[in-house]
Design a protein around this ligand. Structure first.
Ligand code: ZN
Length: 400
């Protein structure tokens, strides 16, 4: 996900900076940093260095199955791989579909080198057990027992798996020191519905929002304010990593920008306190088969525009002020909007919104697109919501 965003930013004329170096920046120009291969933060320097930052944030990760070390397991004369669950996937959606492995391989050298790898063919499958052998539908899935993908018929060792990766990367398997590899579904995304009005694809949560933030930043005109896209890894497991939102990454990026522009610490802080963040993460649409699961008075619908997310517990950053600011923008740009709150007897998810507020002191709000099947291996949204959402983010980034 980060690599694709990098390529699009390169194409749009943004230059890569390193967090380990000192920066020389030019007004109106675009830059980006990548941290630990999996978070990507980009910005276009504003014309007024005292003006605040306008930030759109999202997360690059999605719930997946992660390969464990020493993953080879034999059972019933077949070879399967040992995996653990990353985040909270809907486990039942992972059965009986072609899967493969992708991620990064760390190669020996000084310094160590990360290589991205995707075994671009149907490689694995998790066969479900027959209905005759598992009658109780309420029984929970046991990931250590039931989610292990089938890898080979014959006997094999970890060396064979390393050989597969080495072949793909055109290196020697002895060079591989370690890896972060994940199973992913092979089926492509598709438009469906009577008028092709829906998109069915994996990882809409939250690559849909990374896509929207990226398009909005690339397409926006430069303003006085510095416009920022901050897409973090590891939201699905609590954001507590150096590349997650619960780190100093965004705070330090902002400080490095101000330092490069010659601002004092006091001027930088004034700038921080006049900044605002749109934290973007998918929202739940009302499900046509589970209408009773929705809040009685707030009914987000696929195709009806961006969804402002609120929660009294502050699991979302939005408050009345943030919601009002967003509604004002929508009204000025003819963009429809909706609101989401959880049922009062149901606990919902959280986002990078409140975490980023805690790390940066920058006020923000949470919003997303109304989707169905969140955390399924394939999620669903209305196609037209994507454009509406990009329009809203652009309006925010270009606002005074
Ligand atoms: Zn999410």
């Amino acid at each position: 996900a980060t690599q694709v965003q990098k390529e699009r930013l390169d194409k749009a004329g943004f230059s890569q900076l390193r967090l380990t170096e000192s920066w020389t920046l030019e007004e109106g120009k675009g830059y980006y940093v990548i941290h630990n291969d999996s978070s990507i933060l980009a910005f276009r320097l504003g014309k007024d260095k005292q003006a605040g930052f306008s930030i759109v944030g999202a997360h690059t990760d999605s719930p997946l199955l992660k390969l464990k070390p020493s993953p080879i397991m034999e059972a019933a004369g077949l070879v399967k791989l040992n995996i653990e669950v990353y985040g909270g996937p809907l486990l039942h959606t992972w059965f009986d579909r072609p899967l493969s492995l992708a991620g990064r391989v760390i190669v020996n050298g000084s310094p160590l080198k990360s290589l991205f790898v995707n075994i671009d063919r149907d490689l694995l499958i998790i066969p479900s057990v027959a209905i005759h052998m598992r009658r109780d539908p309420k029984e929970e899935w046991n990931p250590q027992k039931e989610l292990l993908p089938l890898f080979a018929q014959g006997p094999c060792q970890e060396e064979d798996l390393l050989e597969l990766l080495a072949e793909e990367l055109k290196i020697k398997k002895e060079e591989i020191l370690d890896y972060d590899l994940y199973c992913y579904p092979r089926e492509k995304g598709t438009f469906l519905g009577k008028d092709d009005e829906f998109i069915s694809i994996g990882r809409l949560d939250n690559l849909g929002m990374c896509h929207a933030g990226l398009c909005a930043l690339v397409e926006s005109e430069a303003t006085d304010k510095t416009q920022i896209m901050a897409n973090f890894d590891n939201e699905e497991v609590g954001s507590r990593t150096t590349q997650g939102a619960n780190s100093g990454l965004l705070r330090n990026l902002l400080q490095k920008i101000s330092l490069a522009q010659g601002l004092t610490q006091e001027e930088h802080l004034s700038r921080v306190y006049s900044s605002f963040m749109f934290s973007c993460d998918q929202a739940h649409a009302v499900h046509p088969n589970y209408e009773e699961k929705a809040d009685p008075t707030n009914h987000p619908k696929m195709g009806d525009g961006p969804v402002i997310k609120l929660s009294a517990s502050k699991s979302y950053a939005t408050d009345g002020y943030g919601a009002a600011l967003c509604k004002k923008l929508c009204k000025e740009h003819d963009i429809p909007y909706q609101t989401f709150v959880n049922r009062s007897d149901m606990r919902g998810g959280s986002t990078i919104g409140p975490i980023s507020e805690g790390q940066t002191d920058i006020q923000g709000l949470d919003l997303g697109i109304a989707v169905l099947g969140m955390h399924s291996v394939r999620e669903l949204q209305a196609a037209k919501d994507q454009k509406l959402f990009i329009d809203l983010l652009k309006a925010f980034l270009e606002s005074k």
